[in-house]
Design a protein around this ligand. Sequence first.
Ligand code: TXA
Ligand code: MG
Length: 335
Amino acid sequence: MFQNDLKKAIEEVLHGRPVALPTETVYGLAARIDNPEAIKAIFKLKERPFFDPLIVHVRSIEQAQSLVSWWPPEAQKLAESFWPGPLTLVLPKAAHVDSMITSGLDTVALRWPRQELFQKVLDEVKIPLAAPSANKFGRTSPTEAHHVKDEFKDDPVFVLDGGPCEIGIESTVVKIFPSENETELALLRKGSITESQIKNTLNNFSVRFVDSVSAKDSPGHMKHHYMPAIPLIICLKRKDLKQLAQEIYRKISLLPPIVEQVKMIPLTREPQQILELKLSEDPRLATREFYGQLRKLAKSGGECIVYFKETQADPAPWEALYDRMAKAASLILND
Ligand code: TXA
Ligand code: MG
């Protein structure tokens, strides 16, 4: 049964049909990079705008090198330190990489995932796979096979079930680019591999970390992303849920319907049933369960979700989770 599913996933990919595959971060919707129709089908299934480029998944450092026009020692060091794993490197692309994958940018995002089933598909297909997270554009990323099935229930997408994802949020994305005297790096997306881990790894290199890159360099970094089907509200102060209803309704009603191409979720009345999101006190477990909890609560009949965010003694391991949470939220209430 299990072997058959793996075989079916491989066949689908070989025939140019997008397939949902598990990775250690979140489920991805994968297609071979040498088939433009398959790549187009990913954008269509996800309802993703063509300005937001895809990550290309490889099965070795050599394969990554074949897709870039520049592979500096810093890329080699990061790849050797964190691959296979939840790190995506953005580098100047090789001319043959389809510009639909890179949204016309001159860079390509590369990742060697460590999830075993994904690696088996890569081994059989022998061609790198473009794979964004397997959710509709702007929505919560899937961390279990049934999340993907829910997301694409009207579409014929085969889902290879690899169980729950180990990490639960998307990979760290680091851009590496040449400048006059030294290599520059920019953290485009936070993830379980932290900025300080990356800096420590490159301790002996002469690199410069630049803080912000332009929106053009970092497409897909909209204000709102990963949103559940009902509004999520982050509260920095604990309050009575009933007291919050009026404030939430008033403030949600003031939001525009669409922000940076992402549809906001309306409330049609003052919420009668507010659900509280509760996460583990262990940041790794909290990160693993976050997206799944959002989906579960959104399906449970409530009208909105509230998370009471506390100040953490050691904020570093919470950073990536809180980054996603802020984007998934329709509102953040400071007082
Ligand atoms: O963990 C992950 O990275 C998952 C799994 C499936 O591997 N994939 C994932 O893909 O999160 P996606 O498409 O949901 O997010 C990819 C992000 C987007 O924000 C996109 O804008 C950025 O990577 N990206 C891709 N190519 C880029 C490039 N050439 N330059 C800058 N950003 C890029
Ligand atoms: Mg995504």
